[in-house]
Design a protein around this ligand. Sequence first.
Ligand code: F6P
Length: 495
Amino acid sequence: MLIPNSTSMVDDGYFDSSPLRNDGPSTHATSTFIVANRLPVEWQAVSGWRPSPGGLVSALEPALKNLNAVWVGWRGSPAPEDSRGPRPTRPPRTDNIAIIEIPMTKREVVDFYDGVCNTAFWPLYHEVGIAPVFCDEEFEVYRRINQRFADCVARSAPAGAPVWVHDYQLQLVPALLRETRPDLRIGFFLHVPFPSPEEFETLPWNENVLDGLLGADLIGFQTASSAERFMAVACLHASVRREGNSLLVSEPTGTRRVTVGVFPIGPDSERFSSLAASPAAQESAARIRADFDAPELILLGVDRLDYTKGIDVRIRAVADLLKSDEFKGRDIQFIQVAMPSRSDLTAYQHLRATVEETLLSANAELAALGLRPIHYVYEAVPTEEVVALYVAADIMLVTSLADGMNLVSKEFVACRQAGDGGLVLSRTTGAAAQLHDAWLVEPGDVADLTRGMGEAIRAEVDETRGRMERLRQAVFTADARHWAEAFLARLNKAR
Ligand code: F6P
């Protein structure tokens, strides 16, 4: 029997009801299952439902428009502890996407999301000098939550359905799902970089993670280097050998093929382009420039406040640039948006303090020279306002120390309909592999950042326009829909 009918999603007596469903127009009979930690919307007690943060949701949701999709995920906040209390509000309907919610208690959020996901895997996989913390008790919760996701899909997916599991929060799901539902076509996509074999070796649960991932038929990465690192790690396993871009896994029942592929994610380029062209965005952009007293140039940074994004190094580099003999006579405004993220974690609290101290001292130096202070915004800015900033800016600074892809860089390009504007981009983002026409920089090196920014500012109009034209070509030919279609087409053929 391939479709068990009694699998319980509730493995620990918590939340004694069926999963919260908010089925849209799809029936599950012909659906693609999306399994991601976050649902496309998140619930916050103060603000109610709103779009979830992060690149995964912003790229995946629009890519599903024409698919009959079911999205299995978490609402981004703990569910009420007491199941006798009122049931929490259901997520709002999302066009063409049926929602199945996976609940987590407060304690589970601490151990799973704050703990294993963002204090162990996130720093380990990004390798930016923040030491990961490993805790076996928390990993047990990670295993339990992964099992909860797998059970939910096992119970809901029709025979042979494609199931697309996302990211570092759910690395055990492919194998857990295969145990009960070998009929499903299981794909896994890692949105963040895969670490070097030496780094992965330090993970106490590396065998569990490898076994979990190898449960998939297709494993996708943002870059060729992540795919190669993963294959190198997998081939250390006695039961795995490589054949081209596949891994052959020996199992008691025979040999199983796991295909490995590179699928660089893109934004919903058309949506960003039409938002940018809208009268509302054009007016807001003009207002932004006017509010800053029409500077000669606006430099812009937009990031989640994360230690992978290199925000403090960028602030120092911009301050050096603005104070330099060459540029101190120019009228240049730098705007940095830092969106709050994972603010319960100590590393993120420290980061905020570091960034804001760096900003204060940079602004003191700039003020002493009579230069414009850096304008810093620490809040969750809605997409429409970010688009207005993309339109208002002249040069976008994306200088992450490590980034699986970085969609901000591609969104900026999608919004530059006038064909002008420059992009300064870190070599260590996945995006650098497609956006060769950006001014590429070493993100941890203040001098190299000022070099790249200086070149972007000095460039002749023709060079800037030529680069932007080629960047736009890259961003419009490989957008979110293209990414999802390419992955799902390969998943269909993956066995
Ligand atoms: O980069 C992968 C990703 O899943 C993005 O969607 C998001 O920026 C981040 O990682 C996760 O953020 P959060 O912890 O807020 O879900």
